[in-house]
Design a protein around this ligand. Structure first.
Ligand code: ZN
Length: 412
């Protein structure tokens, strides 16, 4: 048994999805304690009611705040190479689209990933995950999408699988082969999709459990709504749950499609419209906000307030990737959600825990504080979540517990 005691405030996030106004109504227990049995939460409440068996291992929270482990539910964490040249070009006034048209963008990372071996992908990703863990992130969704051949996409997904056994963060994998059309298929995007969504490929992903989700980048520079409908429907038949990169630059009906397909989430949504909101509500899809991406590119943010007011469940993630969001700190992105999207700190916490757990289909086990849920917990060195997100860029994480085991202790 393990006890966390001397907690100034325990943020009792309910299991997801948490929609609309409910995102603000989260119980908080002052002077609290948590009792953990093996990998599960066995009891929590005011410390005066703690009845811990003798010989318990103890974590002293030292008057810090405790909340569920963070879940980064939209990332491209497995990649090779960097693109700081484009970062400089943007400071000089070039847009992301202009850089892509001039041969930069995703295709640069595709070349680097194709050149990298499986071992190299694993080695370059490990330190990223270690830093995410130290920021309080205990679960990460990782997309493929930089291989763009069946073999290179599977190499990325195999890297994710190998990374599961090498470090404590739980990883959920998404097949994002429809990220962009590779150079060799220029002007033949349907042929490309036929190849990478062949039944044999989808059956292999299912049989070898290489991915749980399938995502499509729906945009004028990537794939149309009709193409996305076709491939996501095919993937669904093989048990891959749909997601969509939707409404980022252009409103072309992508979030409406997400709702129609019963997508687990639609992500980005900077240009979402009323039809998209209505379709997502009907389907119970989660709206994933990626404020670090808009911040990094210096473009408009998604209307998070409007989506919360429409009673949708809203999640927040980093979109960590080498082109449009070289931002691996989820707490920083949560803070950006507060300052740039006017989300409250407690909404940002629910968005990065319970609702993010829903986006990776783990809401029954992760992202909340309930007896019987997995003991993934973060101890902060500040007394409240408000105080935490008010200090963007400083790592306030003191201890991280993953499945009942302390995996980060800043003092040790
Ligand atoms: Zn993305």
């Amino acid at each position: 048994m393990l006890v966390i005691q001397n907690i100034s405030e325990l943020v009792v996030v309910p299991p997801g999805p948490v929609s609309g106004r409910a995102m603000r109504k989260v119980d908080r227990i002052r002077s609290a304690a948590v009792l953990i049995d093996s990998d599960r939460i066995a009891w929590f409440g005011p410390q005066t009611g703690l009845n811990a068996p003798s010989g318990c291992e103890i974590i002293d929270a030292r008057g810090g705040c405790v909340l569920p482990g963070l879940i980064d539910c939209h990332t491209h964490t497995v990649f090779a190479g960097t693109r700081e040249g484009e970062f400089v070009q943007r400071t000089e006034g070039k847009s992301y689209a202009e850089i892509a048209q001039a041969g930069g963008g995703i295709r640069v990372t595709v070349e680097a990933v194709r050149r990298a071996s499986l071992d190299e992908l694993v080695e370059t990703t490990l330190p990223r995950l270690a830093r995410m863990l130290r920021n309080g992130v205990t679960t990460v969704e990782v997309k493929s999408g930089y291989g763009l051949t069946v073999d290179d996409e599977i190499k990325m997904l195999e890297a994710v699988r190998r990374l599961r056994s090498l470090q404590p963060i739980e990883l959920a994998a998404t097949y994002l082969v429809a990220h962009t059309t590779p150079r060799e298929f220029n002007g033949r995007s349907d042929d490309y999709l036929d190849l990478v969504f062949d039944d044999k490929v989808l059956a292999r992903l299912r049989d070898e459990q290489l991915a749980e989700f399938c995502d499509v980048f729906c945009e004028t520079t990537a794939f149309t709504v009709e193409q996305a409908r076709r491939v996501l429907t095919a993937a669904k038949r093989f048990g891959l749950r749909p997601k969509v990169h939707a409404d980022q630059i252009t409103q072309m009906g992508a979030s409406t499609l997400a709702g129609e397909l019963g997508a687990i989430s639609a992500d980005h949504l900077e240009k979402i419209n009323d039809a998209g909101i209505a379709a997502m509500k009907r389907a119970g899809s989660v709206a994933v906000m990626l404020p670090g991406c808009s911040w990094f590119l210096g473009i408009e943010q998604a209307p998070a307030r409007r989506l919360i007011d429409a009673d949708l469940p809203v999640a927040v993630a980093t979109d960590y990737n080498p082109g449009s969001s070289m931002v691996e700190s989820l707490p920083l992105v949560m803070s950006i959600a507060c300052t740039q999207m006017r989300m409250t700190p407690i909404e940002a916490v629910v968005a990065a825990t319970a609702n993010a757990a829903t986006v990776v289909n783990r809401q029954d086990r992760l992202g909340g504080i309930r007896v019987g849920m997995q003991a993934d917990l973060v101890v902060l060195d500040v007394p409240t979540v408000e105080r935490w997100l008010y200090e963007p860029g400083r790592n306030c994480v003191y201890t991280v517990v993953k499945a009942g085991r302390a995996v980060v202790d800043r003092d040790s």
